[in-house]
Design a protein around this ligand. Structure first.
Ligand code: 2YC
Length: 274
């Protein structure tokens, strides 16, 4: 099982209140809204989510095992799902009783997460959408849009875990040339087994200096520094915590995509319905 960054309540606080503003930010950076990016990630189609999905009911089940409930997690997932045009509820019960309640209330999609896995279950066709893979795809789709097309361009991908895997699956389809780095070489090699087109790199510093498109799918801190970025750099960073040194923010802020739940949740939902 891959180590998954566990969110803390402080990482989540305020997301729900900022969803409208975040959507505007995504439109400015990518030309699409959160739901547009998620639909593009899953099927590269543009359906108007209001009419197509408005009567789909989504349930969110809080889970107490492991590190237990993260305050605000279920509420934030609920708000993200509602913000993209779906009806959503959080079950009153937790764990298996919550799952039972969601089924009885006829939820078409059920979101549920323990410390290792965060999934969305389509209760009609048993399709299961997983968070890491879909987060990778959603961020890659946003990156494709922000870069005005990745076709034929070099992308430095840091992190060959499940998020990186989802990202590569989309970026290869877009025709990008992927330079993958992972601190554990065998992880980069296993990614290459699934996607032979990727090129494994070992000198990350060199690659970050020589390339403008950076995808941070690691949980490493401070691996992108000022000397790695310039006015043409674009960064898509699902990794938590964000791998940028503080000094980079003023330079990159309008050309950086990063959040802790929004793009992943929206993409999981459209994937579970695809
Ligand atoms: O409140 C609850 O129901 C908890 N059981 C939720 C635990 C989520 C643990 N996973 C994470 O924090 C990360 C997130 C970045 C999304 C995927 N894993």
């Amino acid at each position: 099982m891959y180590k998954v960054t566990l969110l803390k309540s402080k990482d989540i606080v305020g997301i729900s209140e900022k969803l409208v503003q975040y959507d505007k930010e995504l439109c400015e950076k990518t030309g699409k809204s959160l739901s547009g990016i998620a639909m593009y990630a899953v099927s590269r189609e543009n359906r108007n989510s209001e009419s197509y999905f408005k009567d789909i009911l989504v349930g969110v089940v809080p889970v107490t095992c492991g590190n237990g409930i993260i305050n605000g997690f279920a509420e934030t997932v609920n708000c993200i799902v509602e913000s993209i045009g779906f009806k959503c509820f959080i079950t009153k019960n937790k764990d298996v009783s919550g799952l039972e309640e969601a089924y009885k209330k006829k939820a078409k999609v059920i979101f549920i997460a323990d410390d290792d896995k965060f999934i969305a279950i389509n209760t009609c066709n048993n399709k299961v959408a997983e968070n890491s893979f879909n987060t990778g795809r959603g961020y890659a789709a946003a990156f494709d849009l922000m870069s005005e097309g990745l076709k034929g361009k070099n992308v430095v991908l840091m992190g060959a875990g499940p998020v990186g895997f989802g990202a590569v699956s989309f970026m290869i389809e877009s025709g990008a040339r992927i330079l993958v780095y992972d601190i554990l070489k065998q992880k980069a090699e296993s990614l290459k087994k699934s996607f032979p087109e990727v090129e494994i790199i070992t000198d990350l510093n060199r690659a970050l200096k020589d390339n403008n498109l950076i995808f941070d799918a690691t949980y490493a801190k401070n691996i992108i520094a000022k000397e790695h970025i310039d006015d043409n750099t674009l960064i898509s960073a699902p990794g938590i915590p964000l791998g940028l040194r503080e000094e980079c923010f003023p330079i990159i802020k309008d050309r950086l995509i990063h959040d802790v739940l929004e793009i992943g949740v929206a993409t999981m939902l459209f994937d579970s319905l695809s």
